[in-house]
Design a protein around this ligand. Structure first.
Ligand SMILES: N[C@@H](CCC(=O)N[C@@H](CS)C(=O)NCC(=O)O)C(=O)O
Length: 214
């Protein structure tokens, strides 16, 4: 049951945004999407900065039993919704330990290293070889540890969870780090399994018509 009234999300066609749209679609929630074109600098607008002083997306707001709520940082949003809805996160014990640990690998290892690799292999005006190789090497280390893990279990925390949702939108853009996913066969198998989920397909298509370019 949806307890959030007037649920709204500020998103663009970016990996951290798609974590949130996949989450909300997995939970079957109704929400209104506001497109924030980060290549046009719309994340610096008063509309965004008043809800996230960092001037970044994703952001979600809603009215709940405890009043008006605002959350930014994709990891905070994943954890809050999984816990309140009692879905996509084990309750306790070893299963919770594993889900939390692999969630953090996605949030603090995969996302930031992919962002740097995208910068040094594509976005930067100058792309010194030392920076390119260093940033891609850090991504390869994360891909390698995930590939080894996924040789043993179907999903990062065994059962499908927010750890997979945090990782998927970045793995789906492995080309941003000039990496062919086929080099990591277990990760590629997992990517195919997660990509087949209807909520992942609908979440990855939000905001409708958004394109990340420039
Ligand atoms: N740690 C934050 C990172 C948010 C982030 O960097 N968002 C990007 C889009 S994926 C953004 O807003 N970039 C524009 C900017 O930094 O000005 C999260 O996971 O939500």
């Amino acid at each position: 049951m949806q307890t959030e009234r007037d649920l709204q999300a500020w998103l663009w066609a970016t990996p951290n945004s798609n974590r949130v749209s996949i989450l909300l679609d997995e939970l079957g929630l109704d929400y209104r999407v506001h497109g924030v074109n980060i290549r046009r600098g719309e994340q610096k607008s008063p509309e965004v900065v008043s809800r996230n002083p960092y001037g970044k997306i994703p952001i979600v707001t809603w009215s709940g039993e405890d009043g008006d709520r605002t959350l930014f940082e994709s990891g905070a949003i994943l954890l809050d919704f999984a816990r309140r809805h009692d879905r996509l996160l084990p309750k306790s014990g070893k299963a919770l330990d594993e889900a939390m640990s692999w969630l953090m690998v996605g949030l603090t290892g995969l996302g930031p290293t992919m962002g740097q690799a995208h910068h040094w292999t594509d976005l930067a005006d100058e792309q010194p070889e030392v920076a390119r190789a260093h940033s891609v090497g850090l991504v390869r280390r994360v891909f390698g540890v995930m590939d080894t893990r996924l040789a043993q279990v179907p999903y990062l925390a065994d059962a499908y969870s927010i750890a997979d949702i945090a990782a998927f939108p970045w793995i789906a853009r492995s080309d941003w780090a000039t990496i062919d996913l086929a080099e990591y066969p277990n990760l590629a198998r997992w990517h195919g399994d997660v990509a087949a989920r209807p909520a992942v397909q609908s979440g990855m298509a939000k905001p409708e018509g958004a394109v990340l370019q420039g």
